[in-house]
Write a protein that binds this ligand. Structure first.
Ligand SMILES: [Zn+2]
Length: 276
């Protein structure tokens, strides 16, 4: 092999390694959350959901452990997510986002906490859950929160599908939202697992939705406990952060408990911004 050839090969290997790490880092969160969603029919997207590569107990998440983050200040965190997705609020305040609901066990508790603290949040809802619990979507909207489309049935591979399938999936969820709350707007889209593709972002844009990434992920889906969730969020949040939490997809007692302290603390320190 020539020197030039060897150099190119080395670059290629490096690129594969770096790319692989990035993909691994974001995958496990939604794998677990999705498993808990069950196996309801997904009329808008007949494709089978991908088999999770790992089980929650066998594979620890590749994301940083949500404890002992101390005061490390990540100096170079990007303000823009993959494919131009939105990762920061654009103001001093931080935004709370709750994914995978609505859920009758957890969403009302989260809504109660938000109301008690007089703050608003964004709910990234899954179409099949909206269909099951339309009254919860009504309450989310009535109480002034923002809605975000989180796919029809949490399809991790949605963004790899043909454009018409991606749009049909998104529209199915929005249709279900409109059935629950006629005339309401779904302003945002968040891809399951954060597995963004250019096609998904483009489809969302063409349907009038901004793609919403996040800046802080305490991996609450893995049930690290309220204290760990709280510590991670407080350590990693900065002005303008968008914080990822879950009000569905499994037992969210730890998230709810963490929120009891987190919401007032974040409100005091940064202010809570409503994504509009
Ligand atoms: Zn999700």
């Amino acid at each position: 092999m020539t020197r030039r050839g060897a150099f190119t090969a080395a670059l290629l290997v490096l690129a594969i390694l770096v790319g692989g790490r990035w993909a691994m880092g974001r995958q496990p969160a939604e794998t677990v959350a999705h498993q808990a969603l069950g196996n309801q029919a997904a009329p808008a997207s007949p494709s089978p959901t991908p088999t999770p590569a790992t089980t929650p107990s066998a594979a620890p998440p590749k994301t940083p452990a949500p404890k002992k983050t101390t005061t490390t200040k990540p100096a170079t965190r990007s303000k823009i997510g993959p494919f131009g997705t939105r990762r920061m609020t654009g103001s001093r305040g931080v935004a709370l986002t709750f994914d995978d609901g609505p859920n009758p066990a957890w969403t009302p508790q989260v809504l109660d906490l938000l109301r008690a603290n007089r703050v608003k949040a964004t709910f990234c809802v899954v179409g099949t859950e909206v269909r099951q619990y339309p009254a919860l979507v009504k309450r989310i909207v009535r109480e002034g929160h923002t809605l975000c489309n989180h796919s029809w049935h949490h399809e991790f591979d949605l963004g790899t599908k043909p454009e018409h399938e991606i749009k049909a999936n998104m529209l199915a969820t929005n249709r279900e939202v409109h059935r629950a709350v006629p005339g309401t707007r779904v302003k945002y889209f968040r891809h399951p697992g954060g597995k963004w593709t250019a096609a998904a972002v483009q489809a969302a844009r063409e349907l009038g939705m901004t793609s919403l990434d996040w800046d802080v992920d305490p991996a609450d889906w893995a049930k690290p406990g309220a204290e760990a969730i709280k510590q991670h969020v407080m350590a990693k949040t900065r002005s303008g952060s968008i914080i990822l939490l879950h009000d569905g997809g499994g037992d969210r007692a730890g998230t709810v408990d963490a929120c009891k302290a987190l919401i007032p603390a974040l409100k005091r320190k940064y202010g809570i911004a409503l994504l509009r």
